[in-house]
Design a protein around this ligand. Structure first.
Ligand code: PMV
Length: 307
């Protein structure tokens, strides 16, 4: 049994989304998590995840291990007992802790493969809700945007706690993703923002309102194909993210490099402090912007078409 889940990028609204403002995210299919499950000749559930150097039997892992917690919770939910003997192979091309949704993608691919293997049928809605519970175990107060965009694998306009809204893309547009190579746990930046918000809620609520307004206008721009406007909105969102203290010199440098090379706009994407930034480009500029990002310190780049 095999299942796969894509990576994702947040186009607009990270952090403010945790406080109920709208945000936009899209799947990135160039990178993915893949899970393959087969019967095991030896007793137990054997997990092999070469990307993180893991080869272990389920019961030797702490129960709050991200992979173990998916398996335990799914077996609990489906009332499977005793556990079957299985080999679970997990591979992923999504860089870890860099804002591309690696954790949620592994959770979702694993949930899909495992539920199918044990004949426990789950709708997308149930998979999404299950993955959100797992995200909460590991990330403190996640908004749920990662699990939502990855489960549905479509562009989403996301407001925490509201029904899922997918949105129309007028014409495909091109994004270059630049990875600082700095791994930055989202939990930390979200926790820091929460402390700052707690100390001065009035000012932070205003910042979040501004970000939410940008996300709304960005959706309109995408739906009507106003790319220049969309790029401008990205730059504005980045400035607000800097004000929220979640950018970093490396991210700023990549954003400047992309804009100097003629990108229509650029911003950090995800939790920030490291991880990835994104730039909106004309399709024929993508390669040259990607090159300029590498020259400005990006450890790798991905060119993706959003449609
Ligand atoms: O770092 P990522 O891509 O997983 O994104 C986190 C986005 C935040 O808004 C910062 C947190 C959240 O839960 O939405």
């Amino acid at each position: 049994m095999k299942a796969s889940a894509p990576g994702k990028i947040i186009l607009f609204g990270e952090h403010a989304v945790v406080y109920g403002r709208p945000s936009l995210a899209v799947p990135v299919t160039q990178v993915h998590a893949d899970v393959e499950i087969s019967d095991s000749a030896s007793a137990g559930i054997w997990i092999q995840a070469p990307d993180i150097n893991l080869h272990a039997e389920l019961n030797t892992l702490p129960s709050d291990h991200p992979i173990a917690s998916v398996i335990h919770n799914l077996f609990f939910l489906s009332r499977v007992s005793p556990f079957p003997n299985l080999n679970i192979k997990i591979t992923s091309t999504i860089p870890v802790a860099s804002g591309l949704g690696s954790g949620a993608a592994v959770t979702i691919a694993l949930t899909r493969a495992l539920s199918a293997y044990i004949n426990y049928s789950m709708t997308d809605e149930q998979i999404n809700a299950f993955a959100y519970e797992i995200e909460k175990l590991h990330h403190g107060t996640p908004s749920g945007i990662d699990n939502t965009v990855i489960t549905y694998s479509k562009p989403v306009y996301f407001i925490k706690g509201q029904p899922i809204e997918t949105f129309q893309v007028a014409q495909p547009f091109t994004i270059v993703i630049g990875d600082t190579g700095i791994s930055a746990p989202t939990k930390e930046s979200v926790g820091n923002v929460r402390k700052l918000w707690d100390a001065d809620r009035a000012s932070w609520e205003l910042i979040f309102d501004n970000v939410g307004g940008i996300a709304k206008r960005a959706r309109d721009a995408i739906e009507s194909g106003e790319w220049k406007q969309l790029g401008e909105l990205m730059n504005q969102n980045h400035v607000l993210l800097q004000g929220m203290t979640v950018s970093s010199p490396e991210l700023d440098q990549l954003v400047i490099a992309a804009n100097n090379q003629g990108a229509l706009g650029a911003k950090l994407s995800g939790g920030g402090r490291g991880g990835n930034m994104i730039a909106l480009v004309e399709p024929n500029q993508a390669e040259v912007v990607a090159k300029s990002l590498v020259e400005a310190g990006a450890k790798r780049t991905i060119i993706t078409q959003i449609s």
